[in-house]
Design a binder for this molecule. Structure first.
Ligand SMILES: C[S@@+](CC[C@H](N)C(=O)[O-])C[C@H]1O[C@@H](n2cnc3c(N)ncnc32)[C@H](O)[C@@H]1O
Length: 465
C-alpha cells in the first residue's frame, strides 16, 4: 500500500517520527477479524477465539465465510472491527438508567447494534442514516438484531430539530477522512487528501451544530471518528466544549489495552486506538456532557400549527396477530397501509412525533402484511427476540437447505411439517418464514436480502461453537 506523502507528513508532525513509522508499518499488516455475539439470541462463545479486552467481542483465529453462514443472517452475531467496540465502555460508564439515544450517523449499524445490546433495558434507540440506500442496510441489520425498542430513520441531521431536545445520549460517529480504515479499504487511501481533511472537519462541525439542540441539558455526546489527524479529532472536541458548551469526560481504561490519549498537548481526555498499539483499526472517541442549558423546543410548542400528517389508511386486523409476540400487553399496535406494527407502549408519544416529523423506515416489530384477505407474518417478526414461542410450527433446516432458503430458492419441507406459515430455523435459530402448501413451500425470505452469489465456497467455514 502506498500511503500519501502528505498523510505521512501530517502523522509525523502529530505523533513523532518513531510512532509514525510504526503506525505506517502496522497499516500494511492483515486486519484482525472480530465479531460481537447477539446475547439476546445466541449467548454462546465462539471457538478458536480470544476476547476483545474492552468489550464483549471476540477476535477469531480464522476467517469464516460470513455470507455463507446462516447464523450471520439470523442476527446471531455482527462482524465489527474491535476498536469500534470501545463505544461499549462509554455507554457502560455513563448510561445507567433507561434513556432515549440517537445514533445519528449509523449505517451500516455496527455501533447501533452494539448500543442496543448495552443500553439499559427500557431504553429507546433511534438509528439514523442520511443516505437512503445505506439506511436500508441499517434497517436490515437492526431488524436482524431483533430488539423491539428501535426506530430507524433516514434524515438529514437538521431534520431532528423539530423533535426538540429529546435525547439523553447522542452518538455522532461522523463521516471522516477514514485514515484508520486505510488497510481495510483501498478507496480510503485513494480518496485521501489534505483538502478532504479540511472538508471533513468543517462538515463534522456542521453536523454537530445541527444536532446539538436535540441533546438534553446534561445529556451525553459520544463523538467518534475512524481517522488519526487532530483537526477531525482533538480540535473538534475542543470546539464542541468551547463553542457548544460541554465538559469532556474521562473513561476508565486498563493500561494493558494500550489506548493512546490526547496527542495535541490538550488537557482533556480522549481515546485513540492506533493499530500499531491496539489490535484493531484506527478509532478516536471522546465523551462530553452538555453543560449549556439550551435545547430545541419541540415543533408543536414552537409552532402550534403542526405539520399535516400523512393520510395513512388505518384498517381493522385480527387481534390474534397481537399474540404473535410475547408480552404483547407492553406494546401499542397500529395497522396502517396494510402493515401491522407493534411498538413499545412506553415510547408511544415520542414515536408518534417521530412519525410526524421524520422519515421513519422501520420501527418496533413489523408483525404482518396484508395479502388479500390474509395477514402474512413479516420477516421482522421472525427475526424478533419477542417472537412468541409455539405460535408457528418450526422446521429446522440442514446447512444446504438453509443456504437455498437464504438464496430464496424453492424448498420442500418434510411431510411431517404442518401446512401454513412455518418458521424455518438453522441450529434452532429462526431464519424466516415459509408458507408450506404441502408439495412445496413458498419462500418468504425478503427478496432484497437474499444471498445473491451463486458461488459456494469449496470449504465452507462458518462460525464455530
Ligand atoms: C463512519 S460512518 C458510520 C458507521 C456506523 N456508525 C457504524 O458503526 O456502523 C459515517 C456515516 O455518516 C453518514 N453521513 C455522510 N454524510 C453525512 C452528513 N452530512 N450527516 C450525517 N451523516 C452523514 C455516512 O453515510 C455514513 O454512513
Amino acid at each position: 500500500m502506498n500511503l500519501p506523502f502528505d498523510f505521512i507528513e501530517q502523522t509525523r508532525q502529530l505523533m513523532g517520527a518513531e510512532a509514525c513509522n510504526e503506525l505506517c508499518e502496522a497499516l500494511t499488516r492483515e486486519t484482525p477479524v472480530s465479531i460481537r455475539m447477539n446475547n439476546d439470541k445466541c449467548p454462546l462463545h465462539p471457538l478458536h477465539a480470544t476476547p476483545v479486552a474492552w468489550s464483549k467481542g471476540w477476535y477469531l483465529d480464522y476467517r469464516p465465510t460470513f455470507t455463507f453462514d446462516p447464523l450471520f443472517h439470523a442476527g446471531c452475531y455482527y462482524v465489527q472491527e474491535a476498536s469500534s467496540m470501545f463505544v461499549e465502555q462509554a455507554l457502560r460508564q455513563y448510561v445507567h438508567e433507561p434513556v432515549v439515544m440517537l445514533d445519528l450517523c449509523a449505517a451500516p449499524g455496527g455501533k447501533s447494534t452494539l448500543a442496543r445490546s448495552v443500553l439499559p433495558e427500557g431504553s429507546l434507540l433511534v438509528a439514523n442514516e442520511v443516505i437512503r440506500n445505506r439506511s436500508q442496510v441499517l434497517a436490515e441489520n437492526l431488524i436482524k438484531w431483533g430488539h423491539p425498542s428501535v426506530v430507524v430513520t433516514n434524515n438529514d441531521p437538521a431534520d431532528f430539530a423539530e423533535l426538540g431536545g429529546v435525547f439523553d445520549v447522542i452518538l455522532t460517529d461522523v463521516p471522516c477522512s477514514g485514515e484508520g480504515m486505510f488497510r481495510k479499504d483501498e478507496t480510503a487511501v485513494s480518496e485521501w487528501s489534505l483538502e478532504n481533511v479540511n472538508v471533513c472537519w468543517q462538515r463534522q462541525r456542521r453536523i454537530l451544530q445541527a444536532i446539538w439542540g436535540c441533546l438534553k441539558p446534561n445529556g451525553i455526546l459520544i463523538y467518534s471518528t475512524c481517522t488519526f489527524n487532530r483537526e477531525e479529532n482533538e480540535d473538534n472536541v475542543a470546539w464542541i466544549a468551547r463553542e457548544l458548551g460541554a465538559e469532556v469526560l474521562p473513561i476508565e481504561t486498563d493500561a494493558a489495552w494500550n489506548i493512546s490519549g490526547n496527542l495535541t498537548g490538550g488537557e482533556f481526555p480522549v481515546y485513540r486506538f492506533l493499530p500499531h498499539r491496539t489490535e484493531g483499526e484506527g478509532l478516536f472517541l471522546a465523551v462530553l456532557r452538555k453543560t449549556c442549558e439550551d435545547s430545541y423546543e419541540p415543533a408543536s410548542k414552537r409552532n402550534k400549527k403542526n405539520k399535516p400528517t400523512d393520510k395513512k389508511q388505518t384498517v381493522a386486523y385480527p387481534k390474534a396477530v397481537t399474540e404473535w409476540i410475547a408480552d404483547h400487553k407492553q406494546y401499542e399496535f397500529s395497522a396502517e397501509n396494510g402493515t401491522i406494527t407493534a411498538f413499545p407502549a412506553t415510547w408511544k408519544d415520542l414515536y408518534m412525533r417521530m412519525k410526524q416529523t421524520l422519515r421513519v423506515i422501520h420501527a418496533g416489530i413489523t408483525l404482518a402484511e396484508q395479502k388479500g384477505k390474509d395477514w402474512q407474518p413479516s420477516h421482522s417478526l421472525a427475526m424478533s427476540t419477542q417472537l412468541a414461542p409455539q405460535v408457528f410450527p418450526l422446521a429446522d433446516l440442514t446447512y444446504e437447505q438453509a443456504i437455498a432458503y437464504l438464496r430464496k430458492e424453492a424448498i420442500t419441507l418434510d411431510a411431517s411439517i404442518p401446512k401454513g406459515y412455518v418458521i424455518l430455523t438453522y441450529q434452532n435459530h429462526p431464519l424466516g418464514f415459509a408458507k408450506n402448501i404441502g408439495n412445496r413451500a413458498n419462500n418468504l425470505y425478503p427478496q432484497e436480502w437474499r444471498i445473491r452469489s451463486g458461488y459456494m465456497p469449496e470449504e465452507v467455514k462458518t462460525l464455530l461453537f
